[in-house]
Write a protein that binds this ligand. Structure first.
Ligand SMILES: [Zn+2]
Length: 71
């Protein structure tokens, strides 16, 4: 099996983009802004260690579920 380097590079770029998108989203939620889930349009909730495990940002339906390490 050979790896298509162009595809591989595109894949890396995509995951990098989504990493930054998630980071930006987390920053918005953590600063108290209301951010809606891209899928169900419900407000995303910030789950802190005091509230729930695992911690992170998720919507009520769970289609957005970003794990966030508070440690
Ligand atoms: Zn959702």
């Amino acid at each position: 099996m050979s790896i298509d380097l162009k595809q591989f590079a595109a894949l890396q770029k995509n995951s990098k983009n989504s990493f930054f998108a998630q980071k930006k989203l987390l920053q918005q939620v953590m600063s108290g802004k209301t951010v809606l889930c891209a899928t169900c349009q419900q407000p995303l909730k910030l789950l802190t260690p005091a509230q729930a495990e695992p911690t992170g940002v998720s919507c009520a339906k769970g289609c957005t579920d970003i794990a966030l390490d508070f440690a």
